[in-house]
Structures are given as structure tokens and as C-alpha cells.
Design a protein around this ligand. Structure first.
Ligand code: ADP
Ligand code: MG
Length: 661
């Protein structure tokens, strides 16, 4: 080796920072490899630029990083065939600049107790976290350059001398500390490269074999990519997962640089939607497994990749949330997502509806949380409806091509688009609902939160031609409140809350006094009968005649839960984190036009009192009143153990009575 041409001291402004580097600001020593590889990749990029402007030839396909392990010498080396450095450049970039920036970095963060998002910035000097001695052999691309050898053993002293190196580029050789010998294991190196450097733009070889795999799909032009490219990339990032519903390709250079691909996954109950799964990259270098701070909270369940050089990385996560650029990036992402959804809504409504089960939750959550997003998606919020919507109406919403601000275009289909899902259910926007029903019930929306337990009520509305919307996902409890705040003129009534006038047969309303002695109408008598039979003053009995072509097909009785009361109950349950108990106070609406009720009344009235108690038919009619109530209750909530026992017991008694001859 050549004689040492120069000895000197690395410029240090404070105390020697090596002990601090060694103690490590990073718990992850492994990032030294990421730093050295990215320096090699940078060197290749610089060579590309330099030869481009000087007219020299350089074939980028020959560019590569080579990692070699020498177990005997306990050495790890990283070689690139990039731009290389002259002695002056080593002085300037390694001895002075790099060191002072590392120093600054250490100063800034040695007190920090919060985790730092990217652990970037220590750069070249992070090699001293794992190495006793670091050497550089480098040859600049410049014509007639002299190769250089630099060596530092972890003190503030360095040596600089000429080198025999003949190939352009740089080799960094680390002699590892005893406790860091894990970095002599091939498998360890492979896994670090896979984690941080998988998407770097040039081959990274270990002992001659390429160990980074993938193209950074997000850096490519969306126009050059097929559906399969996106799906394949998703499978690579998230193996063993269902296919995503759709995706958004982010690429903007101004006013900040953001590239990325975000996928909407199918929401599964076992997926923790509060935990982000978007990988953050900086110039194709992996930074972090989640970037919850960078994307709007409501988009946390999205997956994929975001790559930006404009996200400050050497800051704490809490700082990041307050950063202005980061907030603007978050807005941009939300806007792109909204744009993609709008595009799908307009170009392929059936597909949009197919995805709505999963998308709806995002969109609603986003609307609840983000005002700007709300405005962007308000026209594409849809609800399943009981109405059967004609295709002509849907035709009006078909757009042939949609142009967004970003200039992306969606090909529209000109086929008829039925707004229905694969089960044949139709979907509508709230605006269309209100418009359609303006004449029958202006500014009133009937909704259902549980198709199973509210089936009777939905049926009743449907049979009267009243349209019901389904607000039955877990987020809808909040969403109804939100809709009411948004549409202050509109009243939302759950189908089982109260019986709308439209459902009542006002002509049949009994006002006629049937018993002059007591001044009572038939309704009064029915009410009395049920109240007496139930003997429960928390159940408020109301008698109404329900409309229906065949009264026998209307329900004989229904349990109603007044809207305001039920909401208080829901809220209490929500705070207590339990399911809402069925309210003890409720209304039993008895349908006076149903033949069963008529029969019950006459059965009771025809009963002749026997000596010392009720007649058997009076007893039976009371038992049947309870039965009618139970059936109405059952439609709503099912029974608890006691309720079930008494229901079965009474059923058997009643059946015995009825079969008596
Ligand atoms: P940064 O990469 O952020 O500039 P580093 O500490 O990682 O900081 O590197 C400092 C400087 O040393 C680089 O900017 C570059 O000029 C030089 N350098 C480091 N590694 C190489 C390399 N492999 N080839 C050429 N120059 C390098
Ligand atoms: Mg660097």
C-alpha cells in the first residue's frame, strides 16, 4: 500500500461524537447498511448526471452495488461503480461536511426520547455504530483521476493516501466490532437489504447474486401499467390477502413530490383498521412500516406505498403531524382518493356499488372526520334502498368520460347501468331519495338499521309504497346524527320509531262510541283489554288501524321505540361499550283492523263471568293478548331466557285451550 500522504484530524466542533454514535441514537444498528447502499445508489445517479452533461458514455444497465463478506477478516464491504471521489472530495464530503452534519444530527437528537421516524441523516458515519475501522477505496470517474484510500479507526484521526484501485467507483470496508458480527451472516444481510433496499433502482448483489427484487412500480407512469401490474404488486406487498377493491396511483411533483400506490382492501372483521399498513419510502429507500402521520386518519385502513422526499424524516412523529407540508400532502392524498372514487361512481356504477360494502365505511368515516373530503364525496354517498329504481333514472348519471383535475381520465361505459348490487338491491343517493319522495313525505327519511329485527316494519312501509333506506353498518349510528346536522330540514325516522300517518287508515279511525254506558270507543276497549292482559305500565298501548289491502296481511301488533328515547339508549350503550339493551319503556301499537284483534275483543266481550273468577274464554283472550305482544317483541329483539320460558309455557297452555272440545 502507498505511504500515507496525509494525516489529519476530522473537524470536530464538540466532543468526539463517536461514543454517541456507538451508543447509538438508533436502536437499530442495521440501518448503517441502508445508509451505505443509498450512498452507492446516489453515486450511480450522480455518475449518470455527470456523464450526461460531459458527453462521456455510461451504460446504466451495468450499474450495481456489490456486497462482500470476509468472515476471516471480520469485514463487510459495499462496492458501487458510481461516480467515485477524488482526494479533495473525500476531504470535503467525508472529513468535513459529512462529519459536521452528523455532529449536528447527534446534537439535535441525543436528548430526543421520542422515536425518530426515518433515522436518516447520520449517513456515512453510521458505519461506526458497527465497525471499529472503516476504509474507503475510491476512484473518481474524472479522466486521469488518482485513486484514494481513506481510513479511520473510530478516533477523530484519519489517514488519506493514494490507492491502487483501478475501477471507477467506491468500496467501503467495515471491520466489524465483536458484538456486531451478525452482519457477517449472509441471511442477516439479505433480510436487511430486502427490508430497506428491495425497491432500489439498481441490482444489489451479495457474493455475486442479486438480492433485491422489485421494480418500484409507483415510480412508473400509470399509463404504462396494467391492472395485473397493480394486482401483482399488491400481492408482493401484502401476500395471502384478498384482492384489493381498487387503487389510487399518486404522482405529483408540485408543490411537493409524492409518488405512491394506495389500495383499498376488503375490510375483514379481523383486520385492525386503526393500524396503518402503508409503507413509507424516501426515494425508493424504505423508511417505515406505517405512515399514520402522513395520511389522513380515515384512510388508515388503506395499504400500499407512499414515497416522498418532502416528508421530513429526522423528526419525531408528533412533530410530523404538525408539519405544514405533511398536512398538505395528506390533503392531496384525500383529494386523489375522492377523485378516484368519483371517477368509479361515474364510469362504472355497478362496480362502485359492488365495492360499496367496504368503501362505504371509508367514505362515511372520511365525511365525518374531514370537511374537505366530505364536500368531495357528498354526491357519491349511496344507500341501499327498498325502492326499485328504474334504469332510465340511472342512465342520467352515466358519464362517458370523466376528467379530473389531475388529468386522469376514466373510460366510461355507455351501457345501461342499473344502480343495483349482485343481490339485486338498489342504491340511491339521499338527494335522489328526497326528490323522489317529495310529494308523499317531504323532508322525511325512513331508515332501517337492522334488516332482520326490523323486517316487519320495513315490509309495512314497503307495502304502502314508502321507501326505506338501510343504514345498517356499524358506522351508521354516528352517521345518522351527521346527516341530520348536514340536512337540517330533513327528519330521519327509524322504521320502528313511530308509525307514519301514511301508514294509518284514517278512515277507519274509531271515534264512534260503542258503549254508551261507559262512553268508550272500540279502540278504547282494545286498549283496555291489552293493558289489563299485559299488566305492565311501562308498555304504552296505542290502538291504530294500519293500512293494507288485506288487513290479515298487516301485523296485528308492533312494538315501537320512540326515536329520541332510543337514541339516548344507543348513546349510553356506546359510552358503556355494550350493546344497547332493549328499552323497557316502549309502545305497543295494536292494529285494530286486523281480524285477530277483532276476534280477541269479541271473545273477551262474549265471555260470561263464572262464579268466583274469570270465564275460561276471558282467560284465553288475555293469554292471547300476551301472545300477540310477545310475537311483536320477538320480531324486534328475540327473547332472553326468562322471556323464552314464559313464551313457550304460554304457547302450550293456549294450544291446549284451543284444542279443547
Ligand atoms: P449524504 O448522503 O446525506 O450526503 P452521507 O454522510 O451519507 O451524507 O455522505 C456524505 C457524502 O459523502 C455524500 O454526499 C457523497 O458526496 C460522499 N459519498 C459517500 N459515499 C459515497 C460513495 N459511495 N460514492 C461517492 N461519494 C460518496
Ligand atoms: Mg447518504
Amino acid at each position: 500500500m502507498a505511504t500515507v500522504a496525509k494525516r489529519g484530524n476530522i473537524t470536530v466542533h464538540t466532543e468526539n461524537i463517536f461514543p454517541i454514535i456507538k451508543k447509538s441514537i438508533y436502536s437499530d444498528h442495521e440501518i448503517f447498511l441502508r445508509e451505505l447502499i443509498s450512498n452507492g445508489i446516489d453515486a450511480i445517479a450522480k455518475l449518470k448526471m455527470a456523464t450526461y452533461s460531459s458527453g462521456q458514455t455510461f451504460d446504466p444497465s451495468t450499474a450495481a452495488i456489490d456486497i462482500a463478506i470476509d468472515k476471516d477478516k471480520k469485514q463487510l464491504s459495499i462496492t458501487d461503480n458510481g461516480i467515485g471521489m477524488t482526494a479533495e472530495e473525500v476531504e470535503k464530503y467525508i472529513n468535513q461536511v459529512a462529519f459536521s452534519s452528523a455532529e449536528e444530527f447527534v446534537e439535535k437528537f441525543k436528548e430526543a426520547d421520542e422515536t425518530i421516524i426515518g433515522n436518516f441523516g447520520l449517513g456515512f458515519y453510521s458505519s461506526f455504530m458497527v465497525a471499529n475501522a472503516v476504509e474507503i477505496q475510491t476512484l473518481s470517474y474524472q479522466d486521469g483521476a488518482q485513486a484514494v484510500h481513506w481510513k479511520c479507526d473510530g478516533s477523530t484521526e484519519f489517514e488519506l493516501s493514494d490507492s491502487e484501485r483501478a475501477e471507477r467507483g467506491t468500496t467501503i470496508t467495515l471491520t466489524l466490532m465483536e458484538e456486531e458480527e451478525e452482519y457477517l451472516e449472509e441471511a442477516r444481510i439479505r433480510s436487511i437489504v430486502k427490508k430497506y433496499c428491495d425497491f432500489m433502482p439498481h441490482p444489489i448483489n451479495l457474493n455475486g447474486e442479486r438480492i433485491n427484487q422489485e421494480k418500484a412500480l409507483w415510480k412508473q407512469n400509470p399509463k404504462d401499467l396494467t391492472k395485473d401490474d397493480y394486482l401483482e404488486f399488491y400481492r408482493y406487498l401484502h401476500p395471502f390477502q384478498d384482492e384489493p377493491l381498487l387503487w389510487v396511483h399518486l404522482n405529483t411533483d408540485y408543490p411537493f413530490v409524492v409518488n405512491g400506490i394506495l389500495y383499498f382492501p376488503k375490510l375483514k372483521p379481523d383486520v385492525d383498521v386503526t393500524k396503518g399498513q402503508i409503507k413509507l419510502f424516501c426515494n425508493q429507500v424504505f423508511v417505515s412500516d406505517n405512515c399514520e402521520e402522513v395520511i389522513p386518519q380515515f384512510l388508515t385502513p388503506l395499504r400500499g406505498v407512499i414515497d416522498s422526499t418532502d416528508i421530513p424524516l429526522n423528526v419525531s412523529r408528533s412533530y410530523l403531524q404538525g408539519d405544514r407540508t405533511v398536512r398538505r400532502i395528506a390533503d392531496y392524498i384525500a383529494k386523489k382518493v375522492a377523485g378516484e372514487l368519483k371517477g368509479l361512481y361515474r364510469s362504472d356504477l355497478p362496480e362502485y356499488i359492488r365495492c360499496w360494502q367496504d368503501l362505504g365505511t371509508f367514505v362515511k368515516f372520511g365525511s365525518l372526520n374531514d370537511d374537505k373530503f366530505k364536500k368531495q364525496v357528498e354526491e357519491i354517498l349511496i344507500y341501499r334502498t327498498t325502492a326499485e329504481l328504474s334504469t332510465e333514472k340511472a342512465d342520467e348519471t352515466v358519464a362517458v368520460e370523466v376528467q379530473t383535475e389531475e388529468g386522469d381520465a376514466w373510460e366510461g361505459t355507455e351501457e345501461t347501468q342499473e344502480p343495483r348490487d349482485e343481490n339485486g338491491f338498489y342504491y340511491t343517493t339521499l338527494k335522489d331519495y328526497l326528490e323522489r319522495n317529495k310529494e308523499r313525505h317531504e323532508n322525511r327519511v325512513f331508515y332501517c338499521t337492522d334488516p332482520a329485527s326490523q323486517a316487519t316494519y320495513v315490509e309495512l312501509h314497503k307495502s304502502q309504497g314508502l321507501e326505506v333506506l338501510f343504514l345498517d353498518s356499524f358506522i351508521d349510528t354516528h352517521f345518522v346524527g351527521f346527516l341530520e346536522r348536514e340536512f337540517t330540514d330533513v327528519k330521519f325516522a327509524r322504521v320502528d320509531a313511530e308509525i307514519d300517518d301514511a301508514l294509518l287508515d284514517k278512515d277507519k279511525k274509531e271515534t264512534e262510541i260503542v258503549d254508551p254506558a261507559t262512553n268508550k270507543t272500540r279502540s278504547d276497549q282494545i286498549k283496555e283489554l291489552f293493558e289489563g292482559a299485559l299488566g305492565n305500565d311501562r308498555v304504552n298501548v296505542k290502538v291504530e288501524a294500519l293500512k293494507g289491502e288485506d288487513p290479515a296481511n298487516t301485523p296485528p301488533a308492533m312494538v315501537l321505540l320512540p326515536e329520541a328515547m332510543r337514541r339516548i339508549q344507543d348513546m349510553t350503550a356506546m359510552f358503556a361499550n355494550t350493546l344497547a339493551a332493549f328499552p323497557n319503556d316502549h309502545i305497543l301499537l295494536v292494529n285494530s283492523s286486523h281480524p285477530l284483534i277483532e276476534n280477541l275483543l269479541s271473545m273477551n266481550q262474549g265471555a260470561i263471568a263464572v262464579e268466583g273468577g274469570e270465564s275460561p274464554s276471558a282467560t284465553l283472550s288475555k293469554a292471547l293478548c300476551n301472545h300477540v305482544y310477545d310475537l311483536a317483541l320477538m320480531a324486534q329483539k328475540g327473547f332472553d331466557a326468562d322471556g323464552m320460558k314464559s313464551f313457550v309455557g304460554r304457547s302450550n297452555q293456549v294450544l291446549t285451550q284451543l284444542t279443547k272440545r
